[in-house]
Write a protein that binds this ligand. Structure first.
Ligand SMILES: Nc1ncnc2c1ncn2[C@@H]1O[C@H](COP(=O)(O)OP(=O)(O)O)[C@@H](O)[C@H]1O
Ligand SMILES: [Mg+2]
Length: 328
């Protein structure tokens, strides 16, 4: 067990300078991370950012090249068995047995994971009910929809009641309704069940649901914080003004109000701090005829763009398989 030296509760997860190279490829380049018990934490990053490799190291499946990490106080290299007992894992790839029923998939896993024999049936039922699949327990997993299979995998991940659940792209490739159903379960497990969750996603709107997120790019954490904090760091709102004479308005805005407006069609837009408070000045200090005004607060897209220099899905297209399956 480590001595953190600091007061306060022990973090559920801690990484210090964690790095992994595969030959020449530096997949993860020194990640520091701390997650408190009960947090719902999101790792956001484009394909190839190093998310799965980081989860692999934290879940003891990949040996780090350098750095250290602990889960519930157990060292991810020296105390692997204790770490494995503390975590549940839902992989990016589907790993269910399609020719077993939902119930048998879990039953089999419970035995492998060493759930005490007299508790297996109760645990399997509890986990299936937790993810809303109890009624479907006798169907072959191969006949489940993509969303149901994901929920079954989550049920399997929580069978041994782990303190920390890793979910690698749990909603990738699912339709919006299935994504919502999977999210309902994740939130329940986290809020009602008290399970700490570390998940990866490249859907920015899903990251909004997380207590905190870290943006990872090129194997490094480039920023972290709550979604609100990260958006506040961007600071500037985007103000869009539709005007009858956009060029004239642009000149007035630039000369009188000191902003840097851009004209696009009949719209003039610019960024400014506290956009809402700026709106009255548009009317009192310019003479242009204004048709409409819209103020947009920064989104996580803007945060991502600011820190990585590109959109989160840029480049993902070529990495996606031609058949249209989920991108790896
Ligand atoms: N087993 C491996 N051997 C060689 N390179 C790998 C291996 N696993 C991952 N990589 C490379 O490491 C980088 C990070 O991959 P990964 O962790 O899967 O990213 P993400 O999950 O964010 O998409 C990529 O460049 C990937 O090609
Ligand atoms: Mg991945």
């Amino acid at each position: 067990m480590e001595d953190t030296g600091a007061p306060g509760p022990r973090p559920m997860l801690r990484a210090r300078g964690l790095a992994k190279s595969f030959g020449e490829v530096e997949a993860v380049r020194g990640v520091d991370l701390e997650i408190a018990p009960g947090e719902l934490f999101g790792l956001l990053g484009p394909n190839g950012a190093g998310k799965s490799t980081l989860i692999g190291m934290l879940s003891t499946l990949i040996t780090p090249t350098s750095g250290s990490g602990s889960i519930a106080g157990f060292d991810i290299v020296r105390e692997r068995v204790d770490v494995r007992r503390s975590i549940g894992l839902v992989f990016q790839e589907q790993t269910l047995d399609r020719y077993l029923t939902g119930w048998y998939n879990l039953r089999f896993h419970a035995e492998v994971y060493g759930v005490p024999a007299d508790e297996v049936d109760d645990r399997v039922e509890e986990a299936l009910r937790d993810v809303g699949l109890w009624e479907e327990r006798d169907r072959l997993a191969g006949t489940y929809s993509g969303g149901m299979r994901r929920r079954l995998e989550i049920a399997r991940g929580i069978l041994h009641r782990p303190a920390l659940l890793f979910l690698d792209e749990p909603t990738a490739g699912l339709d919006p309704r299935s994504r919502e159903a999977v999210w309902d379960r994740i939130r329940e497990l986290n809020e009602l069940g008290g399970t700490t969750v570390l998940m990866t996603t490249h859907y920015l709107e899903e990251a909004e649901n997380c207590d905190r997120i870290a943006i990872i790019d090129g194997g490094r954490v480039v920023t972290s914080g709550s979604p609100a904090e990260l958006k506040a760091c961007i600071g500037q709102d985007r103000v869009e003004v539709v005007a009858r004479a956009p060029e004239a308005l642009r000149n007035e805005l630039r000369d009188k109000l000191g902003v840097h407006p851009v004209v696009e069609g009949d719209t003039v837009w610019f960024t400014v701090e506290q956009g809402r408070l700026f709106v009255p000045r548009l009317f009192s200090e310019t003479t242009a005829e204004i048709t409409s005004v819209q103020v947009r607060a920064p989104s996580l897209d803007d945060v991502f763009l600011e820190y990585t220099g590109r959109g989160i899905n840029a480049g993902a297209v070529e990495a996606a398989p031609a058949a249209g399956g989920p991108a790896r």
